[in-house]
Design a protein around this ligand. Structure first.
Ligand SMILES: [Zn+2]
Length: 356
């Protein structure tokens, strides 16, 4: 791990922190670096500020050609800073996305033949469930009213449209996927073609728009910061009916991780004042598969962010003077590495607004 600078804990306490924040119960937390603001005249200012928006330190970025090396050990591809994939304006709620039932209606033949989509739908569920570090969990059901129903279009779709799906609304997944059982003059679809379509349509139901929405002339999509707009491998490209499924692209998986991240709760409040100094209380959590959550707390002094504490718990309290900005960054960790940050920034209010 490399960092821009390493002011000692003792120096930071003496320099910037209040005695209450440097109490012995916090002594195992080691400040690691300072992050200066991106200089106004920097030729790559837009790119570096986009890195800041990711919760990382833009001014620490070292230009590596196609990518930046950030905070010493994080590589950020430049393409992820300039272009973006897309989502719907409304997403599935955090509570609902953890348990989405999917069913194939009785008006789709259940005979294992070319018009039977049950295998493809179960395969698509497995594809989305296998993406790590996100909350999406789909379940195949065979009875009752599901959250997402695949059904025959009953002749409603044009010949050259293989399927369509509804987008999320009111925190629920889009509930309806119509399948054109006689698509393309009733040409038989392979299992791989049906799987591609089932993965694509479920992607719409949980809030993904077409990756190539702009060249397709579509409107109203919301860019997903950190993903490219052009990704020929994306299963969410439109105009792809008849494609064989060859796996999600890495940016398809990233898009899901970005819109349904595992770190689902972050709460930073100022709960009171001690001796005229506001006290912050922070809690966070919500990981599903990652055994460790790492957090770090930064403070802004004269425009520069510096790390003041880091650790692996789920709560923290901290006392800072009124007007001080604090940024809490949390990310999950597994044997495969780190997931993405979530961050939240708060400024300490006046003590006259807080309980004493
Ligand atoms: Zn589509």
């Amino acid at each position: 791990m490399l960092r821009a600078s390493r002011p000692s804990f003792a120096a930071l306490c003496g320099l910037a922190l209040l005695a209450s924040a440097c109490a012995s119960d916090h002594a195992d937390e080691v400040p690691l670096y300072t992050c200066d603001p991106v200089p106004k005249g920097h030729p790559d200012r837009d790119m570096l500020e986009a890195i800041d928006e990711m919760g990382l330190c833009g001014s620490s970025a070292v230009d590596m050609g196609d990518s930046y090396l950030v905070e010493g050990d994080i590589r950020v591809a430049k393409s992820t800073l300039t272009d973006k994939q897309a989502r719907t304006s409304t997403l599935v709620s955090t509570a609902n996305i953890r348990a989405v039932t999917v069913r194939v209606a009785d008006n789709i033949p259940n005979n294992g033949g070319v018009d039977d989509w049950r295998g493809a739908v179960q395969g698509a569920i497995a594809v989305w469930n296998a993406v790590p570090y996100n909350l999406v969990r789909l379940e195949y059901v065979t009875s009752g009213t599901p959250d997402i129903m695949f059904r025959s279009d009953l002749g409603g779709l044009p010949d050259q449209q293989a399927a369509d799906a509804t987008f999320p609304s009111n925190g629920e997944p889009g509930g309806d996927v119509a399948v054109n059982l006689d698509f393309d003059g009733d040409a038989p679809l392979t299992d791989g073609q049906k799987l591609f379509l089932a993965v694509h349509e479920i992607g719409h139901c949980i809030g993904l728009r077409h990756t190539n929405w702009s060249p397709l002339g579509e409107s109203g999509a919301v860019h997903i910061s950190g993903t490219p707009s052009s990704d020929s491998a994306s299963v969410m490209n439109g105009g792809t009916a008849g494609f064989e499924f060859a796996g999600l692209s890495s940016y398809d998986a990233l898009a899901i991780r970005l819109i349904y991240p595992e770190v689902v709760t972050m709460n930073v409040e100022f709960t009171g004042c001690s001796n005229g100094t506001p006290r912050m209380a922070a809690t966070w959590g919500g990981t599903l598969v990652q055994p460790t959550i790492e957090w770090q707390l930064e403070r802004n002094t004269n425009g520069a962010w510096s790390q003041v504490y880091r650790g692996t718990g789920h709560t923290w309290t901290f006392s800072v003077p009124t007007g001080t900005s604090l940024k809490l960054r949390v990310r999950g960790r597994s044997a495969e590495g780190w997931s993405l940050y979530r961050s939240i920034t708060r400024t300490a209010p006046g003590c006259n607004t807080l309980p004493q």
